[in-house]
Design a protein around this ligand. Structure first.
Ligand SMILES: Cc1cc2nc3c(=O)[nH]c(=O)nc-3n(C[C@H](O)[C@H](O)[C@H](O)COP(=O)(O)O)c2cc1C
Ligand code: FES
Length: 333
């Protein structure tokens, strides 16, 4: 029987800038030059950002968990050879005493992390719906589809999830308010404008685990009764937009989005709107104006978006990270 070994290469924006695509190609060429092996299939997998961008491009061999830093295309032959022998010492993490370490968790940057939203980032191919599902993706949605909107909201409230966009407003309470209005249609909006200089958490999530954002939006839509959703994505985030669009397309093809979510009677259509380019467009009501094609300036604060938001209809607007937290909450309680 053939077993698969995966060579994970970070292809987040930072590592691409450092030559990750060239490294990936060199690894693929090296594998092709070696010819097929009946026992082991080697697969180069382009992943999202692992977080230590200044040490990139990062390459990780799985399942043996060897992590290489600052890899160059010329390192490809040595890396492929190391799959059957000792690791390439010069590419391993070096601690302050100068000692080299092989595994990702040996590096304190990773060793103390417990990832939830980013748990699949750096491990799965963000362009693969199958890989997201194999990692437990869409299990939260499957469970949500067996629940009433109230039960979904109860679960999110009990989790204590608070908005990650800055204000920390309890997500469940926002959803309950929007659900309470008997006005239709309703909307769910994902705030992917990420205007804060030097912030990369939302971009990394959209690039590295786009289905987690979409799954969170679908669950939110079920909770409030929305059938239309918009992802407002910062215009500079070309890679995030590309990955989210691909994930949306694949979710439609798989029957996860569209007229019958996972074969149910629920429907949801999602689309992307490119950010207006101003910092203020990340503010929730300016963002809604921008989606509507108006000047991106905030609306008076006495108007609550859960009652009169996008196109003056009840709207839940949440940050990327808030929404990407929801699938885990629904899957595991
Ligand atoms: C000037 C300004 C800019 C903002 N920019 C962003 C942004 O880029 N991304 C974001 O998620 N929230 C931003 N916010 C906060 C949003 O208005 C809103 O509170 C948040 O997206 C709601 O989502 P949450 O409840 O999930 O945090 C901004 C707020 C202000 C006042
Ligand atoms: S882009 Fe590769 S570690 Fe961040």
């Amino acid at each position: 029987m053939t077993r698969t070994e995966r060579i994970l290469i970070c292809c987040g924006t930072g590592c691409i800038a450092n030559g990750a695509y060239e490294v990936a190609r060199a690894l693929e060429e090296q594998i092709a030059a070696q010819g097929a092996n009946a026992q082991v299939e080697l697969k180069v997998c382009r992943t999202g950002c692992s977080g230590e961008c200044e040490q990139g491009p990062l390459v990780r061999l799985m399942p043996r968990d060897t992590m290489y830093y600052k890899v160059k295309p010329a390192d490809a032959p040595a890396i492929i050879a190391s799959l059957e022998g000792d690791p390439v010492t010069r590419l391993l993490y070096r601690d302050k005493q100068g000692v080299r370490h092989e595994h990702q968790a040996d590096n304190p940057f990773y060793g103390f992390q417990h990832k939830v939203v980013l748990k699949d980032v750096g491990i799965i191919d963000p362009l693969s719906l199958e890989e997201y599902k194999a990692a437990g993706g869409y299990e939260g949605l499957a469970r949500a589809l067996t629940m009433t909107p109230d039960e979904i909201i109860d679960e999110v409230e009990r989790s204590g999830l608070r908005g990650k966009g800055g204000a920390g407003f309890p997500a469940g309470r926002k959803w309950r308010s929007a659900a309470s209005y008997d006005v239709w249609p309703k909307y769910i909006v994902c705030n992917g404008d990420e205007g804060d200089p030097g912030a990369f958490m939302d971009g990394s999530t959209m690039e590295g685990s786009p289905h987690a954002v979409i799954e969170g939006m679908i669950i939110g839509a079920l909770a409030i009764g929305a059938e239309t959703g918009v992802l407002y994505i910062r215009d500079e985030y070309a890679l995030a937009r590309e990955h989210i669009q691909r994930a949306i397309d694949d979710a439609y093809d798989a029957g996860i989005l569209g007229e019958h979510i996972m074969g149910s009677d629920h429907k949801l259509n999602l689309s992307i709107v490119r950010g207006g380019g101003a910092f203020v467009c990340g503010e929730s009501t300016a963002l809604m104006n921008s989606i509507e094609g108006k000047v991106g300036e905030p609306r008076p604060k006495y108007i609550r978006s859960v009652q009169s938001g996008l196109f003056e209809k009840p709207t839940v607007l949440n940050n990327v990270e808030t929404l990407a937290s929801v699938p885990t909450i629904l899957a595991h309680g």
